[in-house]
Design a protein around this ligand. Structure first.
Ligand code: UFG
Length: 329
């Protein structure tokens, strides 16, 4: 298929782009490189630098794409509480522009990168797709609103769409992993401590209503996540908007994640308790049964030690590359 990947230079988008190329698809990536890396774009993909809202009509015109995988977005829970205006414009308004451009140019197949943050603080876990959605931050609210828009476009205009609600994505695939200029995510930050780039990891609150007092999350391997995108794209049906949760089904507390990182890296990883971070829910654990049943998704890297080991292999390479770059300067 001929596929447009927005945000395909970012962490999740670039891994999906690599897997699409490996599976024989023709891939174009549209990314403004504000958080993405040009080096993460597969060599076989066509690359367009730009903002979706500014250039999407030109990119779609006459190109005859079969599908769009839409990753381009802002995605930090804490930042979205501070800067909701930027989240509503860059996520919600931009995606409406994309939906309208797809409609004008006859591109009907969409896979949308959604999030567990749409649910807010769940009453029970694991979370199934029919549970109430009540986001605790602007990030989740923008993604939920986009899901509503997609549902109505599917119903009225025959859009064929799937939203994939990711839980905590981690790990690496070959040479592609988490490599952000400003890092806020738990696993890459803990691994930076193991690498000697940070002195310690801060634990954002140990007074949460969880077994050890630190927040519990469901970590999903980036490569398993990519598989779900291809399955969704290949099975989308006109007039239908499907929503699937994607996680591993197990919850790990912040302290448990740090312990697994200690085991994998052999580093003591000092940790210190700090105040809670605004917008964080206490516990997020997915039920991915619907994706397994209806998409035929079969995650195979669900063990946290495997996820952290792959992330660690990537981080160590990145660390030595940065080290040699510094030395030659
Ligand atoms: N945390 C710390 N210290 C840190 C960084 C994070 O204690 O230095 C804690 C957070 O407070 C949170 C947990 O580790 O409790 C995980 O935090 P991350 O920042 O790694 O991830 P989030 O759970 O905030 O968010 C991620 C994605 C979102 C997605 C969400 C869904 O960034 O896009 O998972 O579960 F919506």
């Amino acid at each position: 298929m001929k596929v447009l990947v927005t945000g395909g230079a970012g962490y999740v988008g670039s891994v999906c782009a690599h897997v699409l190329v490996e599976e024989g698809h023709e891939v174009t990536i549209l990314d403004n490189l504000t958080t993405g890396n040009r080096s993460a774009v597969p060599e076989a993909a066509t690359f367009v630098e730009g903002d979706v809202k500014d250039v999407i009509a030109d990119v779609l015109a006459g190109a005859d794409f079969d599908a769009v995988l839409h990753f381009a977005a802002r995605s930090l829970v804490g930042e979205s509480v501070e800067k909701p205006d930027e989240y509503w414009h860059d996520n919600f308004v931009t995606t409406l522009t994309l939906l309208d451009a797809m409609r004008s140019h006859g591109v009907n197949n969409l896979v949308f990168s959604s999030t567990a943050a749409t649910y807010g603080e769940p009453e029970v876990v694991p979370i199934t797709e029919d549970m109430p959605t009540s986001p605790t931050n602007a990030y989740g609210a923008t993604k939920l609103s986009i899901d509503y828009a997609i549902t109505s476009y599917a119903k009225a205009f025959g859009l064929a769409a799937t939203s994939l609600r990711y839980f905590n994505v981690a790990g690496a695939y070959g040479a592609v992993g988490e490599n952000r200029e400003v890092e806020t995510h738990l696993i890459p930050l803990v691994l930076q401590v193991a690498l000697g780039h940070r002195d310690k990891i801060m634990i954002f609150g140990d007074d949460w209503p969880t077994p050890d007092g630190t927040p519990v999350r469901d970590y999903i391997h980036i490569r398993d996540l990519a598989d779900a995108h291809l399955l969704a794209m290949e099975t989308n049906q006109s007039g239908s908007h499907r929503i699937f949760n994607l996680g591993s089904g197990d919850g790990y507390s912040v302290r448990q994640v740090i312990d697994v990182c200690r085991t994998v890296t052999g580093h003591p990883i000092p940790a210190e308790v700090a105040p809670r971070r605004a917008g964080d829910p206490a516990t997020l654990i997915a039920s991915s049964e619907k994706a397994q049943r209806e998409l035929g998704w079969a995650p195979s890297r669900t063990d946290l030690e495997t996820i952290v080991s792959d992330a660690w292999a990537f981080t160590k390479n990145l660390g030595s590359a940065a080290h040699s770059a510094r030395r030659v300067r």
